[in-house]
Design a protein around this ligand. Structure first.
Ligand SMILES: *Cc1c(COP(=O)(O)O)cnc(C)c1O
Length: 371
């Protein structure tokens, strides 16, 4: 192929403004001290032995295509959630399920409404379909502004994305505000409830997507094995919705996308759920501690019901992230806005808190030594 051939190929114009994904920079240290990745909301615990064994066993069949029907896993999920198998669709992570859903439902000229700032995957997923993102600013306390989201609905709106708890800010959407909003959404507009951090929620007023979707055929719930279950590397998540929505998602899914290894690990995780949820509980305890310590040292952090906290840093975001990085901890900066910091193992959280508290103190003292 010559250079000239290369420039003649054409791509869909909706790709032009799609930002390439920027993976977080891993922390580097030259002094041999440990480094911690608090930039991707990963679960810090290593796999449970039983889950690892199930995955390893499944790897022995790598010459075969996976079970495309994912029979065993869907049965187990169906039982756990109390929903029929016909209401479940799997994907290579819940982001993949979202891609399939959007591919099935929106295209050029359509609008997709969601809060902003929210999950970075949303603008990319929408843009790839050719549709237009309508981003509705969060409230001052980093929550969804449903009045404004309702006002943003137009005849072109085909889908609304609700992220609860909201990535990267942390607050959950309450049942009453969601139900009021859903009543205002036309029945032919899809509402996606992204509950990637469902297991970390401790707010009794939060909605439960499985309850919400039952009598609402336009609602689809997204959940994942990436966060609470610690299977981010295997790529497996799912949708819960009425059969027509599920059928549309399945039509757009890549054939044999979800590997047998991922299916086996997810199934073993469901069987070891009690143990995994104990780990989630420990992370929630750490989250509470981190938020308390940050607030005690003067940080105004929003309440979080996920496995991360939001540091509203504004113009100091990049400088702060570099200061933390220098101590061997990577966080996720959103320049000009703030940084998202995953709740990790205790030592990682301690290291982060040390830098964050010193940062506040140096600011209060007017001597920005940490910079
Ligand atoms: C992590 C995350 C997901 C899930 O990603 P996977 O593709 O399942 O790994 C979905 N939504 C949000 C908001 C997330 O933060």
């Amino acid at each position: 192929m010559t250079a000239q051939d290369e420039v003649r190929v054409r791509f869909r114009s909706c790709l032009d403004d799609v930002a390439a994904y920027k993976p977080g920079r891993p922390p580097e240290r030259t002094d041999g001290r440990p480094t911690y990745k608090l930039s991707s909301n990963e679960n810090p615990y290593p796999p449970l032995p039983g889950v690892l064994a199930a995955a390893t066993e499944a790897a022995a069949d790598m010459n075969r295509y996976p079970d495309m029907g994912a029979f065993d896993l869907l049965e187990a999920l169906s039982e756990k959630l109390g929903v029929p198998v016909s209401d479940l669709a799997l994907g290579t992570g819940s982001v993949a399920v979202l891609y399939h859903l959007l591919q099935a439902s929106v295209s050029e000229g359509d609008e997709v409404v969601y809060a902003w700032r929210s999950f970075e995957a949303y603008p990319i997923a929408v843009q790839l379909t050719g549709a237009t993102s309508v981003q509705v600013p969060l409230t001052a306390d980093a929550r969804h502004d449903f009045k404004a989201m309702e006002a943003a609905l137009t005849e072109r709106t085909r889908a609304v994305l609700v992220c609860s708890p909201n990535n990267p800010t942390g607050p959950v959407v309450h049942r009453d505000e969601l139900l009021t909003f859903l009543d205002a959404v036309p029945a032919d507009v899809i509402v996606v409830l992204d509950e990637a951090y469902y297991e970390f929620i401790r707010d009794p007023e939060a909605f439960d997507g499985v309850e919400v979707y039952r009598d609402r055929p336009n609602v689809v719930v997204l959940r994942t094995f990436s966060k609470a279950y610690g299977l981010a590397g295997f790529r497996i998540g799912y949708a819960i919705a009425h059969p027509p929505m599920v059928a549309a998602i399945r039509k757009c899914a890549l054939p044999f996308g979800v590997s047998q290894i991922a299916q086996a690990a997810a199934l073993a995780s469901l069987r070891a759920e009690d143990e995994l949820l104990e780990r989630v509980e420990a992370l929630v305890t750490e989250r509470t501690r981190v938020v308390q310590e940050l607030r005690a040292s003067g940080w105004d952090v929003p309440e979080s019901h996920a496995n991360f906290v939001w540091m509203p840093l504004g113009d100091e975001t990049v400088a702060f992230s570099e200061a933390v990085q220098a101590e061997g901890v990577s966080v996720r900066p959103f320049p000009g806005e703030g940084a998202r910091v995953t709740i990790g193992e205790r030592a990682a959280n301690d290291l982060f808190l040390e830098v964050a508290c010193a940062w506040r103190q140096s600011e209060v003292a007017g001597t920005p030594t940490a910079r």
